[in-house]
Design a protein around this ligand. Structure first.
Ligand code: URA
Length: 427
């Protein structure tokens, strides 16, 4: 079939075969199918969706458009976590060393901030000298020597996704479950992992605004991972307020270190341990999720996970875990009441307004700015009580945005962070 016939089949709601999808993606990767035909195909997929088999096939062919990490057959399991992104989500930074200390090798390929959500690479670049551009051979070497790396995805991995993502961004085809699934999973599967865990977020600070949308995405991700023979589980987590207290870059590094010193906020510590437990169990390193969680907790208690983070930072060129944070200014409640709701996306955008995120890909980041979220949904507050500490010289530019993002009412109840767990058996 010529490309236009394959596009027409999808446009009319038909199901594409594996060979039609393979022909299309291989043609796109080889520059034989131009961007305008790929954009038309993305829109046809956006409008008509894909079956599970089509989504798995799309993922498989996008994965095959590039290189894959290769590992020795030495019985050591490898795994990774992917988060759909949130405000204050620094989990990868304490998680990778905890997993490495428990015997899982973690070649974590992370991203930069997207929209209002922060990016792990931007946070790690608060550490002077830290390299996020490791080559594929450095990733495989350091993962085996240290146990974990956190770096950017190199252009050799899933190059079809890199080009397709740029097209989706400008053709209004980003929010499509099969396209998101193939995009995320082709990059993660290029690490050749034995197991994956997905943190799929919903709420005011997430890409997926409702739990139902997040569940549908999580189901698609888990089913695709399992079809590709990688043990995959997912947690649906609430992003209706920032994760932890710190949002920004350098201050999130500090909070990640606090988690490994057992002095971090409860929500970040609990979610880190929950995700660690899922991966250690699904990769066969623990008999049960409960045993896995105990092993992960032990690496915090004995200080080994903190030492492992230091080792990883040094191996990636970082000098020390000391980071610099701008001066703090408090923003206070204008009335007494209960914290009812948070427009978390607005708080993420406030970090960007301070210079802690990018408006355009070429923007430089000020790693020292951000804020500390001092209350939680359901807390009772007094008029004049500090709600947020803004770290910036020009903190006043976001005061109204920050105050407007936090609704104080007469009632409100605490949120449950982990709403659901999805495995191959229940989705
Ligand atoms: N993150 C990705 O990597 N791809 C998407 O399509 C959406 C979020």
């Amino acid at each position: 079939m010529i490309p236009a016939q394959i596009i027409a089949l999808k446009r009319d709601g038909g199901e594409l075969s594996d060979s039609q999808i393979g022909q299309f993606i291989a043609g796109f990767a080889a520059d034989e199918i131009p961007d305008y035909q790929m954009s038309a195909m993305a829109m046809a997929i956006f409008l008509n969706g894909m079956t599970d088999a089509e989504t798995a096939s799309l993922t498989h062919h996008m994965l095959n458009s590039g290189a894959r990490l290769s590992w020795p057959e030495n019985g050591i399991p490898r795994g990774d976590k992917h988060s759909t992104g949130g405000v204050g989500d620094k989990i990868s930074i304490p998680l990778a060393p905890i997993l490495a200390c428990c015997g899982l090798q973690v070649p974590m390929l992370s991203g930069r901030g997207l929209g209002a959500t922060g990016g792990t690479l931007d946070k790690l670049e608060s550490i002077s000298g830290y390299r996020t551009d490791l080559s594929l051979s450095e990733v495989t070497q350091l993962t085996q020597e240290v146990g974990c790396v956190i770096t950017g995805a190199s252009p050799e991995l899933a190059p079809a996704d890199r080009r397709l993502y740029a097209l989706r961004d400008v053709t209004a085809t980003v929010p499509s479950i099969p396209l998101i699934t193939a995009s995320i999973m082709s990059k993660k599967l290029a690490e050749s992992p034995d197991a994956l865990v997905l943190d799929v977020k919903f709420g005011s600070g997430a890409f997926m605004k409702t739990k139902e949308q997040a569940r549908a995405l999580a189901q698609s991700l888990v089913q695709t991972g399992e079809r590709m023979n990688v043990r995959t589980t997912a947690l649906l987590t609430d992003m209706n307020q920032p994760l932890g207290r710190m949002c920004g870059n350098a201050n999130e590094i500090k909070e990640s270190i606090d988690v490994l010193k057992a002095t971090g906020p409860d929500d970040v510590t609990e979610l880190t341990l929950d995700l660690a437990a899922e991966l250690l169990h699904s990769s066969g390193l623990a008999e049960s999720v409960e045993d896995a969680r105990r092993s992960a907790q032990a690496t915090i208690d004995d200080g080994s996970a903190l030492q492992k983070l230091e080792q990883m930072v040094v191996a990636q060129g970082g000098s020390s875990l000391d980071v610099s944070i701008a001066e703090a200014h408090e923003v206070c409640a204008q009335r007494a009441g209960v914290v009812q709701a948070v427009e978390t996306e607005q708080l993420g955008l406030a970090v960007i307004a301070l210079g802690g995120g990018r408006r355009q890909m070429t923007d430089a980041i000020d790693h020292s700015v951000g804020f500390e979220y001092l209350v939680r949904v359901g807390d009772t507050v007094e008029a004049g009580q500090p709600l947020i500490k803004v770290f910036a010289q020009n903190a006043e530019i976001v005061s109204d945005q920050v105050i407007g993002a936090i609704t104080i009412g007469d009632t409100g109840s605490p949120l449950t962070l982990v709403a659901e767990r999805l495995t191959a058996d229940n989705c």
